[in-house]
Every structure is written in C-alpha cells, then in structure tokens.
Design a protein around this ligand. Structure first.
Ligand code: F6R
Length: 335
C-alpha cells in the first residue's frame, strides 16, 4: 500500500498524458459516442472508495456543467425503483471492474437500454466489457486491499470528463478551460511535494490507534474526502472512524466528542473555509484533539488550540480533493 500511495504522482502523470494533448491544451475523450445535447443528466454509481469519487465528482459536475447530477451506492441503486431516463448518462466507477453490485447496477441500465459509461482500472473487466463506453484510469494493478491510487485516478478521470463536457456545453470559456488544464499539468508535482509530509502524520497516528473512536469532518468536496479518510482508517487500522459533513455536527454527533478524541478537520482555504473553521472551534471547545488538514497560505489559520496542522500544496481549489486525500491515506497507513 505504501508503494501504491507513493506511485500517485506517476499515475497522475500517466493519466494526464493519456487524456490531455499538451500542445493544443485540450482534453481528448476519443470516440465518445454521444453528442452533448443528447445528455441532460448524469447518474454516478459505485461502491466504497469508488462511490466517494462519485461524491466528489457531483460537486464538480454541479459547479461546472448544466447537468442534473445524481449519485448512488451500487448496492442501493440495483434494488431501487429507478425512473430511467433516455437522456441520462449512467456512469459506473470501479477499480476492479468486477464488483458484483456495480455490475448488477450496470446490467439493470443495459436491460433498460440506457447510455452507459464505465470508469475502471482493469480494462479487461466485466464492467468495462459490458458498458457502451469505457474511460480507463491508467493506474496499473492495485494490489493493496485498500484502494488508494485508484481513488486519485477515478477522481482525475471524472474531473477531466467534467471539464471537457463543461467546455462542450460552453459553461466554461476557453480561457478557464485552458487554465484548468494548465493546473492539471502541475498536479503530479503537487502530489509529489504533498507526499513529503510524513513525520507529523506518523506522530499523529499514535493518537488515532489509542483512541476509542475518531471523526473526519469536511464541507463541500472535502466531505467525501472526510468519508474516504474515515473508511481508510477503519479498514486498515480497525479504529472506529466516522466521516461527517462538518455542518451536521451540531445536529447530534457533537455529543460524541470527548476530551482527547482525535478529529481530522479538512479545511483548505476555499469558499467553505470560514464555516469549517467555526465547526472546528466547536469540537476543540469540547476537548477534541484536532488534526487540521489545510493548504499552504500566507494567512494564519483563524483558530487557536489546534493540536496539529498539515498543509498541502496550493494551486487551485479544484485540486484540493487530490491533495488533501494524500495525508489521510498516510494517516491510515501509519495507524
Ligand atoms: C476501500 C476499498 C473498497 C472498494 C470497493 C469497490 O479501500 O477498496 O471500498 O473501493 O469495494 O471496489 P471497486 O472499485 O473495485 O468496484
């Protein structure tokens, strides 16, 4: 798993090389079988970590495209009474391409003659074979039980698809489109630098393994990253961890916060920053040990009594989900 976490700058580079023409600064999605006006909504489906990538993508698609966006966990989707729509693109995200629930959800769409697209790592898989169109994530084999590099790869392909469709819909102009592509070309290097953050995470992990439980909080696209951080910790360290939208804490879960409980707060300096910091102060006031994950900035963090702060690289808000994921993977690994 450590190897797969460390490989992430390389897989980001590989995927970008596959999808972006550096000279023309265009995202190439060859042979996309539908015209932009044939799609009015997008339904993203996956399980576990793959579902979390769908949840991050929902924020991007809602911000940058005109599509209605719905997401679901495959094991729910396959048993729901879905109102299938001809102008909806059903997207299935799966590292292995063999997850039974995701396959069953795809199969249901196929039986209803829907447009289907899969985002997979294993291109010889059942899900890839049976979907109308495949977008590979180009991560190489993921051997570790916990998905790490595939998560970054899934988010990256979903982001590139979103930006390409946004440009095709004329929701973003050429200048914005090319600016986003320029930023993507720096992502590999930003991941490499973020991977250098190490000893603080290693030290912090000692508190997580001793704790009865822990929480991961974030708002907006940092909320799915909080879910992902908690999932990794549960899966790898057998520590109870809850991912929560930071704004929901006051509706019940604050009651769980007790003296010394480790809480990860994801608060990059984005449009949610001030609100998340205010939620962070509430948990600090109840005695939580806050491990803050933010981004490098000239401005100091607007709070006192933070136990530990980790600062990831800064370039654009869109790239924060990629960068804030890395310290959480390492936290789970060290724990
Ligand atoms: C978590 C993890 C699982 C998978 C899930 C879906 O670390 O690995 O949650 O993400 O089982 O698997 P795929 O992506 O192969 O469909």
């Amino acid at each position: 798993m450590a190897k797969e976490i460390d490989e992430q700058p390389v897989i980001v580079k590989n995927s970008i090389n596959e999808y972006i023409d550096k000279i023309s600064r265009q995202i190439n999605i060859y042979n996309f079988p539908w015209k932009i006006n044939q799609i009015s909504s997008i339904f993203l489906v996956g399980c576990g970590t793959a579902y979390h990538s769908c949840l991050v993508a929902k924020y991007w698609f809602e911000e940058y495209t005109n599509f209605d966006v719905t997401i679901d966990i495959a094991s729910e989707f396959r048993y729901r009474k879905i109102n299938f729509k001809n102008n909806c693109l059903y997207v299935f995200v799966s590292q292995s391409g063999e997850t039974a629930d995701t396959y069953a959800a795809l199969d249901l769409c196929k039986k209803n003659k829907m447009k289907t697209c899969s985002i997979v790592n294993v291109v010889e898989s059942s899900i890839a074979r049976d979907s109308d169109f495949v977008l590979p994530i180009h991560c190489g084999p993921e051997i570790g039980v916990a998905s790490t590099k595939a998560f970054l790869g899934q988010m990256l392909v979903l982001y590139m698809l979103c930006i390409k469709l946004s440009f095709d819909q004329k929701k973003i102009n050429k200048k914005n489109y090319q600016e986003k592509i320029k930023n993507l070309l720096s992502l590999s290097n930003l991941c490499k630098k973020t991977l250098l953050i190490d000893s603080k995470i290693q030290k912090a992990s000692k508190s997580f393994i001793k704790a009865k439980g822990s929480m991961f909080l974030g708002r907006g696209y940092s909320f799915p990253i909080a879910l992902e951080g908690a999932l990794k910790l549960k899966e790898l360290a057998y520590v109870h961890a809850e991912g929560y939208p930071a704004g929901e804490m006051k509706h019940g879960p604050l009651a769980l916060i007790e003296e010394g409980m480790p809480v990860v707060v994801l608060a990059p300096r984005d449009e949610y920053y001030k609100k998340t910091v205010s939620n962070m102060q509430e948990v600090i006031a109840r005695g939580a040990k806050v491990l803050l994950v933010t981004n490098k900035s000239k401005n100091e963090v607007l709070s006192e009594n933070i136990w530990e702060t980790i600062e990831v690289e800064t370039l654009s808000e869109d790239l924060f989900p990629f960068l804030t994921t890395i310290p959480l993977q390492k936290l789970a690994y060290y724990s």
